[in-house]
Each structure stands twice: as structure tokens, then as C-alpha cells.
Design a protein around this ligand. Structure first.
Ligand SMILES: Cc1ncc(COP(=O)(O)O)c(C=O)c1O
Length: 414
């Protein structure tokens, strides 16, 4: 049975609201997704009843410690980590990455080399560049293949040497939706003894992560991109959890994942994160009464989300290709990508189009989305970047029709 978005849309309050008596169309998912009522309830339930801290002898602290442990287990299941002790929480992906880059770079030296890519969001570039600068290490940036907006694998192979200490790579481009063959990168990097740090922020809402299958050393994502609250999540492979020496407050725990967590955690976001993962698994539970594990339910749900997102992409691309004054970055395929599209129309400024759409409650982003390398290589930096249209599994074909009606005046102008 095909995925029916109408089964999930009622669960999202934001999708069912009107602003200025008009419905709202959210095509801004790559910038942040909407959340379900269950996420809101979980967060307000925690804050309303148990707002506390870890390690106390009283009910609300005991509940908070239990919540922390549950969140680690849920995060373990979400990315298929071998142990919950590999899961670390933080403010967001960027903050976690800056923190981890300081820790990971502690033993870098002048002859060491680091590889980043031009496709990445710069949270996964600047953090490594600045860490390398402190140690006098050299940073190489892999070019993109401009035709398919994938990375240039030949260039990557040419840059990889036994001096490479770390490869920082995105799993999917937050601008063009390109899915990257990270497995191939990891195999090559590990062959020369380099660690691999994967940015799965854009990948996470669309495909189910499996860190054991990937064999990466580090992987980071952000719950607000997959229907949860603002919270960063990092997987650190078991061999690095005790081997690394994170910067930390001295008396704070020095065992397990808590070593990497500075200060008081955002417990209400952990509660919301647990609810978001439960939501992601929920669709599978509606299909039949099979007794499956959470991971199995996630896997079945994601199969449906992915298939449906591909039909949305296919529909969107077919409509888009009817016009010849539109430029789509990356290839016009719908399978090897997330449902995220970067376009420009004629000589129109992306900001002007996004502003007009915004007035009609059609939410799309414009600009370069911190993907500085990609936008520089495509010559888009001084041109206002692109319009980014991103679908989530809660979007519909009707919404795409409405989008094209709103874009019609730009698309048909000669
Ligand atoms: C691919 C990608 N990486 C990293 C980030 C940064 O994530 P955060 O906002 O959690 O720091 C984003 C945010 O848009 C992103 O899309």
C-alpha cells in the first residue's frame, strides 16, 4: 500500500493552520521541519512536571536521568549504533562539530592533512579548517562535479594520502539533494588510516542511517530536521569514546558519552527527540499488527517515506522540465537524491521570488545555505544563490500544483 500523507498531516499542528486566512505550504524542510503534537506534548510534559537535572535523589531528577538514558537508547536505535554509549547530545550539529573538532585535532601535527569537500555545509568545513590552522596542518578541499553536483571522486582519490588524518564529508547536499557515496569514501579513507566524520543532517529525514553498515568514525545529525526539536546528535564509534580526550570541566564525568557533553543538557529537547523518533516509526505501526522492534518499524516507515518522496520528486521534475528558462542544479533524476531542489529562474533574483512566495504563505528558502564551496564553484555567490524547494513526506501533489501556479508568472516570462 502506497504512503498516504493524509494519514500523517493531521498530526502536525503547523500544517493545518492558516496565516492571514490562507493555508501554509512548507517547502522549507531542509532548513527545518515541522513537528507533531506528540513532540510538543513530550516537551511540555517534561518541563511541566520534571524540570530538573541529573543525579539527584528526588523524583524529578530520577525522571531526568531516566529520560537521558532513554534518549541515548533511542538515538542508538535511530542510527543503529552498536551501543548507546556511542551517542552524544549537544546544542546542534555545528556546535557539536566545533567541539569535536577541537578534541579530534588534539594530536594533529604540521605534516598532517585534512580533507573537506566543496559540497558540504560549512559547519563541516570551517570547524576543520580552524582546527587545522591551530596545528599547522594542511586542509584540502575536494571539488564538486558540476554536472551532477556530486563530489569529484577522482579529485578525492588524488588528495587522499597516508598523511590524511581525517575526511569530513556530507551524506547528502542540503542545497541540491545529491546523495553521496559515503561508503566509498570511508573505505578509501580507512585504507590510509584516516578517520571519517559524516554530516548526516540533510540525510536523516529522508533515509534511515546505519552507522554500523557505514563503518564511519563519527556521524552527526540534528533533530529539528527530522520532525523534532532543536538538538544535535553525534555518533562516536566505540573505539574513540574513551580514546579521545575532550575538553571538559574537570570534575564532570569522564566515562562514556557524558565526557563529550558540556554543561546541562537540553532535557526537554531530549523528550521531544524521543517523541520524534516514535513518530517516524509510527507509520509502520499503522500498517499491520506485526510485533516488530523500533528499528524494524523505522526501517519499514522509511521505505514508505522514501518511495513517496521519490514520487513527489518525479512529479516536481516532470513539471519543472516543461519550462526552458529554469536552471536545476544537479541531475534531473529523482532516485539518487533527496527531494530537495536548487533552482534559478531566468535572471530573477532568488530572494525576490522567495519574497513573493512568502507573501502567499509558500515557504521556500533562498541563498547559499552555508554551502559556500558549492555556490562558489557554481558561480552563484554574487548572484544571490538559488531558490531551494525541499519536500518532506508530509507534502502533497496538490501543494506542488499550488507552487507551480505561484511560480507561473516567472516560469512563463520570456
Ligand atoms: C547539511 C547540513 N549540515 C549542517 C547543518 C548545520 O546544522 P545545525 O543547525 O544543527 O548546526 C545544516 C543546517 O542547515 C545542514 O543542512
Amino acid at each position: 500500500m502506497a504512503f498516504d500523507p493524509m494519514k500523517v498531516r493531521p498530526l502536525f499542528p503547523a500544517l493545518n493552520q492558516c496565516i492571514n486566512r490562507q493555508p501554509v505550504l512548507f517547502f522549507d524542510g531542509p532548513g527545518g521541519s515541522q513537528v507533531t503534537q506528540s513532540v510538543l506534548d513530550a516537551m511540555s510534559h517534561y518541563l511541566g512536571h520534571f524540570n530538573s537535572n541529573l543525579g539527584g535523589a528526588f523524583f524529578s531528577s530520577i525522571e531526568t536521568s531516566a529520560l537521558m538514558a532513554t534518549a541515548r537508547h533511542i538515538a542508538q536505535t535511530f542510527v543503529n549504533a552498536p551501543t548507546a554509549d556511542s551517542m552524544v547530545f549537544g546544542a546542534n550539529m555545528t556546535t557539536l562539530t566545533f567541539q569535536l573538532s577541537r578534541t579530534i585535532s588534539r594530536d594533529w601535527q604540521e605534516d598532517d592533512e585534512i580533507i573537506v569537500t566543496a559540497l558540504d555545509h560549512y559547519s563541516n568545513v570551517s570547524s576543520w579548517r580552524q582546527a587545522a590552522e591551530d596545528k599547522g596542518a594542511t586542509v584540502h578541499q575536494v571539488r564538486i562535479n558540476e554536472t551532477n553536483c556530486d563530489i569529484d571522486y577522482d579529485h578525492f582519490n588524488a588528495l587522499l594520502t597516508p598523511r590524511t588524518k581525517l575526511v569530513a564529508i556530507t551524506y547528502a547536499s542540503n542545497v541540491t539533494g545529491s546523495l553521496i557515496d559515503v561508503q566509498r569514501i570511508i573505505t578509501a579513507a580507512h585504507a590510509v588510516g584516516a578517520k571519517v566524520y559524516v554530516d548526516a543532517v540533510h540525510y536523516a529525514p529522508h533515509r534511515l542511517i546505519d552507522v554500523q553498515a557505514l563503518g564511519c568514525d563519527f556521524l552527526v545529525c540534528s533533530a529539528y530536521k527530522f520532525f523534532g526539536p532543536h538538538l544535535g546528535i553525534a555518533y562516536i564509534a566505540p573505539q574513540w569514546i574513551q580514546a579521545l580526550r575532550p575538553y571538559k570541566v574537570e570534575p564532570a564525568p569522564n566515562n562514556g558519552p557524558a565526557r563529550f557533553e558540556t554543561g546541562t543538557q537540553n532535557f526537554e529537547s531530549l523528550a521531544g527527540f524521543i517523541a520524534a523518533v516514535d513518530y517516524l516509526a509510527h507509520y509502520s505501526r499503522t500498517l499491520d499488527t506485526q510485533a516488530l522492534t523500533l528499528r524494524q518499524h523505522l526501517s519499514r516507515s522509511f521505505d514508505h517515506y522514501q518511495a513517496y518522496e521519490q514520487t513527489l520528486s518525479h512529479y516536481f521534475i516532470k513539471k519543472l522540465l516543461r519550462y526552458n528558462n529554469v536552471q536545476l542544479f544537479g541531475l534531473p533524476h529523482y532516485k539518487q537524491r533527496t527531494p530537495t531542489f536548487a533552482i534559478r529562474i531566468n535572471a530573477f533574483q532568488p530572494a525576490d521570488i522567495a519574497n513573493e512566495l512568502g507573501k502567499q504563505n509558500i515557504c521556500v528558502w533562498h541563498g547559499s545555505f552555508y554551502a559556500q564551496g558549492l555556490c562558489e564553484q557554481l558561480g552563484l555567490i554574487n548572484k544571490g544563490g538559488v531558490i531551494r524547494i525541499g519536500f518532506m513526506h508530509y507534502n502533497t501533489f496538490n501543494e506542488i500544483d499550488t507552487l507551480f501556479e505561484a511560480l507561473d508568472c516567472y516560469l512563463t516570462l520570456k
